[in-house]
Ligand binder design. Structure first.
Ligand SMILES: Nc1nc2c(c(=O)[nH]1)N[C@H]1C(S)=C(S)[C@@H](COP(=O)(O)OP(=O)(O)OC[C@H]3O[C@@H](n4cnc5c(=O)[nH]c(N)nc54)[C@H](O)[C@@H]3O)O[C@H]1N2
Ligand SMILES: Nc1nc2c(c(=O)[nH]1)N[C@H]1C(S)=C(S)[C@@H](COP(=O)(O)OP(=O)(O)OC[C@H]3O[C@@H](n4cnc5c(=O)[nH]c(N)nc54)[C@H](O)[C@@H]3O)O[C@H]1N2
Ligand SMILES: [Mo]
Length: 714
């Protein structure tokens, strides 16, 4: 371990932020007398540049929080009551193993369902940590399409799994579009690169229904109705094609399907798009002309955009734009979606999809409420649930049904957590998990090109264990013999990367221990123009304006499960980017729209990280009570004033929040941030109570932004 000790006896350990966020900050953990005193950003890190954020500036408060779960516990009160008694690890493991053995004997292993996501993002303790165990056990597969699987499927269908632009190269851009990316809250460490370009004369355009912090700093904010951006992008293509703003040479050499696309986009005139999007036709024309003629032009696309009926096609359309105008030719041009693809991660070795027994059923994680209330027609109903790294009661839809399911007396639920979350309250057995300073891990990034090593700073607190240790203990309790299940964390780190890959050239564990991070072996951001000469990782090697892969091909992101990468729920996939009307809109569902005339979105909170920190004093003070932003026009039509308690509801459920009357929300659209806890809410519900379980068009993405509601004064 590389440590520096100061004269005061304070040691600095090189760590990394554990959170599911594109920035993956390099952290300096200050330890004195065996305790973490402070955490700071590492100033030498080229991307995160010495800053942390409103969530992690005081990470030690999370570590030493009085409500940390530090011992295994068994439920003593009713489900949901939060009453537990302390037990030993042996008791906990014996009880879990005994229950599972009975279940397996009576109903088979498919009656067991794991549920997890990215509570921590490390390769050792994160996404895949429990997969080999549950796959070997033969449990029902939990399909994780929490995040970006719709957007990534669409992106890959178009340009393949390319890292795309280096975020640091945005400083060289002459025009930047933040398209559905709330950068100052969700990807804050990229902002200095955007700001630098802006200072050098680049035009910054934000396309978002919300006047976000970034929109307030932009040269132009294009306010668009949610879920309609495909029409905008296709109309931009219409203008680019018809005004001959095309980079003909680039299109001829490095794209497929241009002639068909050209004919296809004729129907999407700026006037058509204006009608659908609410953006003026002249604004669309000017945007298309400026985008085409100002090179290098960069697009940063966020994740939030995938959450409506046509979210996938929307990303297809936006991802097609750079090739048409030759934006990829220079550093600072192209699109940035998910640079995760730059990391040569040994996904197959981490998931062990090969352990999944033939014919194992799959439950998509947006359907947890339905699965637990016997509404999915599962041949083997779920008896046992094991939740770690996730807080479904806040992040998954169908909250009322989820509570109903979790309350089932015959359901045996185990939850591994830092805190007594809303979900943890429903556990039969609760297991304590370590925080990032108590564990070692290797971190990829989905927002920059640096691999980061988190070194353990202090021993585990109480009886908390790392997720990797948890699964070693479970393997032992279930008598697994394969040594694969007993590898230590060092071995897991070694096994998580393809170290021989060219991108890993020059990177070693020794080096990472000394510096904390390493840039993948790629050209510098000043020269990196990955597709100046084509070379797209698609079947044709070109940008597939007309897709040849039915649904993203071999979509190897962590959601991938063997034999289950089709993602379509029936019906062919559009090969050309096509506009789809939202599920919940006046055009498609007029009766619904008459009862529930407002669109609701529940995007990320500035001070919470998904639902993390929703229980912490500092961040709750920063965020305030759960609020709903409503435009003054909509507020006055309903007699709603600032800070009034309102009920937001639709046919699925209701929650209460404080009204924030502001033109940051556009008329017709209300915004209520994600992350607030149910047990701290005004009326025992959060926005998830209203969210639909319908899938978007690609990647089984959710449709949370395609959601009609009404707001009434209490
Ligand atoms: N502070 C903070 N940072 C986070 C997180 C957090 O919870 N808090 N979560 C992390 C995670 S898991 C993720 S996936 C990322 C997500 O990062 P982002 O994608 O940036 O975040 P979102 O809030 O999901 O949505 C971004 C923006 O998209 C807009 N938007 C929604 N629908 C549409 C649409 O149809 N069209 C257009 N043009 N815009 C639309 C929203 O108004 C919002 O401003 O953030 C990560 N970073
Ligand atoms: N309405 C709405 N819903 C959304 C979204 C949205 O924008 N709006 N965004 C979606 C997206 S993009 C995402 S990524 C998902 C996020 O979904 P989740 O990843 O489930 O979200 P979190 O709230 O971060 O829950 C993670 C939990 O893991 C716990 N945890 C942290 N570290 C550890 C650890 O080391 N071990 C264990 N055992 N537990 C740990 C934390 O305390 C926390 O309770 O939510 C999705 N749901
Ligand atoms: Mo996410």
């Amino acid at each position: 371990m590389n440590t520096q000790t100061s004269a005061e006896g304070e040691t600095t350990i090189l760590g990394a932020c554990p959170h599911d966020c594109p920035d993956t900050c390099s952290m300096l953990v200050k330890v004195k007398d065996g305790k973490v005193k402070a955490v700071q950003g590492n100033p030498s890190h080229p991307f995160t540049q010495g800053r942390l954020c409103a969530k992690t500036n005081h990470y030690q408060e999370r570590v030493y929080h009085a409500e940390r779960l530090l011992y295994p516990m068994r439920r003593t009160g009713a489900k949901g009551s939060g009453q537990f008694e302390r037990i030993t690890w042996d008791e906990a493991l014996n009880e879990i193993a005994a229950r599972w053995r009975t279940t397996i004997a009576e109903a088979g292993p498919r009656a067991i369902l794991p549920y997890s996501y990215l509570g921590t993002q490390g390769l050792v303790n994160g996404l895949t940590v429990g997969d080999p165990f549950f796959n070997k056990l033969g449990a029902t597969v939990s399909e994780r399409t929490f995040c970006d699987s719709g957007a990534s499927t669409a992106y890959i269908m178009t340009v393949g799994p390319t890292p795309g632009m280096d975020p640091e190269s945005f400083q060289h851009s002459k025009l930047i579009i933040l398209w559905a990316c709330n950068m100052l809250s969700t990807n804050a460490h990229m902002w200095p690169f955007v700001e630098k370009a802006q200072r050098n004369g680049a035009k910054l355009i934000v396309i978002d229904p919300v006047r976000t912090r970034g929109a307030q700093q932009a040269d132009q904010h294009i306010r668009i109705k949610p879920g309609t951006d495909t029409a905008l992008a296709l109309a931009m293509m219409n203008v680019i094609v018809n005004e001959d703003l095309i980079d003909h040479d680039y299109v001829a050499q490095y794209t497929t399907g241009f002639d068909e696309l050209k004919a296809h986009v004729q129907q999407y005139t700026p006037e058509f798009a204006a009608e659908v999007t609410g953006v003026d036709a002249e604004v669309i024309r000017t945007l298309a002309r400026e985008y085409a003629s100002t090179q290098p032009a960069a697009i940063r696309i966020g994740v939030g955009i995938e959450r409506s009926a046509g979210g996938g096609q929307l990303v297809r359309a936006v991802t097609s734009l750079p090739a048409l105008v030759g934006a990829w030719r220079k550093p600072g041009g192209g699109i940035l979606q998910l640079p995760l693809w730059a990391f040569p991660i040994n996904w197959d070795g981490l998931h062990r999809a090969d352990f999944i027994p033939e014919g194992t059923p799959v439950v998509n994680q947006w359907h947890l409420g339905r699965a637990l209330t016997h509404d999915l027609g599962l041949e083997t109903p779920i008896r046992d649930l094991f939740i770690y790294n996730s807080n479904p009661l806040v992040v998954a839809p169908d909250q009322a049904r989820l509570i109903e399911g979790l309350s089932r007396e015959d359901l045996f639920t185990v939850v591994s957590e830092h805190f007594m979350t809303d979900t943890a309250r429903y556990a039969d057995i609760l297991l304590p998990a370590t925080t990032q300073v108590e564990q070692a891990d290797l971190m990829f990034s989905w927002g920059h090109f640096y691999l980061t090593l988190n070194q353990q700073a202090v021993p585990p607190i109480g009886e908390a264990v790392t997720n990797s240790e948890l699964f070693r203990r479970l393997a032992r309790a279930m008598d697994f013999e394969d040594p694969f299940f007993y590898r230590d964390d060092e071995e897991l780190m070694q096994a998580s990367m393809l170290w021989d890959h060219p991108a890993m050239q020059g990177i070693t564990m020794e080096g990472l221990r000394a510096t904390g991070y390493a840039r993948l072996n790629m050209p510098s951001a000043d020269t990196y123009a990955p597709h100046a000469q084509g070379g797209f990782p698609t079947p044709s090697g070109k940008v597939e304006l007309k897709a040849s892969m039915a649904a993203g091909g071999n979509f190897v992101l962590p959601v991938f499960r063997q034999g289950y990468n089709g993602f379509q729920d029936g019906g062919p996939v559009d090969a050309l980017p096509t506009f789809h009307v939202r599920h919940e809109s006046a055009a498609k569902a007029p009766a619904l729209a008459a009862r529930f005339p407002l669109s609701m979105m529940s995007p990320k909170s500035h001070a919470f990280l998904n639902s993390n920190y929703g229980n912490m004093r500092r961040q709750v003070a920063h965020q305030g009570q759960q609020y709903v932003m409503i435009n003054p026009v909509d507020a006055s039509a309903r007699g709603i004033q600032q800070d009034a308690v309102v009920t937001v509801q639709n046919g699925r459920g209701a929650f209460k929040a404080l009204a924030r009357v502001t033109d940051e929300a556009m008329a017709g659209v209300v915004i209520t941030p994600l992350g607030y806890w149910v047990d701290r809410s005004i009326a025992g519900a959060t926005p998830a109570a209203l969210n639909p379980t319908a899938f978007a068009d690609l990647g089984r993405a959710p449709t949370f932004s395609d959601n009609l509601v009404e707001v009434t004064l209490d």
